[in-house]
Design a protein around this ligand. Structure first.
Ligand code: DX5
Ligand code: ZN
Length: 233
């Protein structure tokens, strides 16, 4: 296995929205690596969540990277707003941008790391010409729009394919690219998800629905370590 990183990125979507600052501090104290920030516009996805103002308000509550997942269309105009609000990583769905190559460059020009998000039915061929322009590949293991959905098993084979593409890229001298998975990630499937090649794990309901954030994140890390001993896909 060529990747040893394992990042846990709790999704705020399942946090208590009446006390988000406290939720962030608690989950970071419990060893979260990134904060996953889901942005929904009731247009690209049928739900409405939080935007740059909330990102700005939460930024002082944590030093860890804020991982913004844009489920919005159009994409470009909101990027500088999130950069100014303190986002570290900004990822978007290529179908939601007229010009994904330009959008990727736009994110880096605004001082953030750039990610492409792949819906369950979206082909990895979007990666063909843009590996040099991205820092994160985010595979959706549910259809975007809601927390608490079931993990789609076909994501495992897709993760293995994405892992191979990223490893080939770095072997040829390319910069590091994170492979993140989002949707339905739980303690009982995270080992298999790791074995398939993920290095960054978004989990919303599994973490915020648990009474003890430290215990659930520790249990997830133990399962990830077990995943490293399983045969690779
Ligand atoms: C879905 C969001 C996810 C979601 C994950 O559109 O992108 O980040 O909050 O929630 P769980 O872990 O509950 O599936
Ligand atoms: Zn997300």
């Amino acid at each position: 296995m060529t990747h040893t990183t394992a990042r846990i990125a709790p999704s705020l979507l399942s946090a208590d929205f009446s006390r988000l600052g406290e939720e962030i501090r608690n989950v970071v104290d419990a060893s979260a690596d990134w904060i996953h920030f889901d942005v929904m516009d009731n247009h690209y996805v049928p739900n409405l969540s939080i935007g740059p103002m909330v990102c700005k308000a939460l930024r002082p509550h944590t030093p860890v990277p804020i991982d913004v997942h844009l489920m919005v269309e159009p994409v470009d105009d909101i990027i500088p707003q999130f950069a100014k609000a303190g986002a570290d990583i900004i990822s978007f769905h290529p179908e939601a941008s007229r010009h994904p190559d330009r959008t990727l460059a736009h994110i880096r020009d605004n001082g953030c790391r750039a990610g492409l998000v792949f819906n369950p039915a979206t082909s990895l061929s979007w990666l063909d010409y843009v590996m040099d322009k991205l820092d994160v590949v985010l595979l959706m293991s549910v259809n975007p729009g809601f927390g608490g959905q079931e993990f789609i098993p076909a994501t495992l084979g897709k993760l293995a394919q994405a892992r191979r593409r990223i490893d080939d890229w770095t072997r040829q001298g390319g910069h590091p690219i994170a492979l993140e998975v989002d949707g339905g990630v739980k303690c009982d499937n995270i080992a298999a998800i790791r074995a398939a090649g993920a290095d960054t794990f978004v989990a919303g309901s599994a973490i915020f629905g648990h009474p003890d954030y430290r215990a659930i994140i520790a249990a997830m890390r133990a399962e990830i370590a077990r995943g490293d001993t399983l045969p690779q896909q």
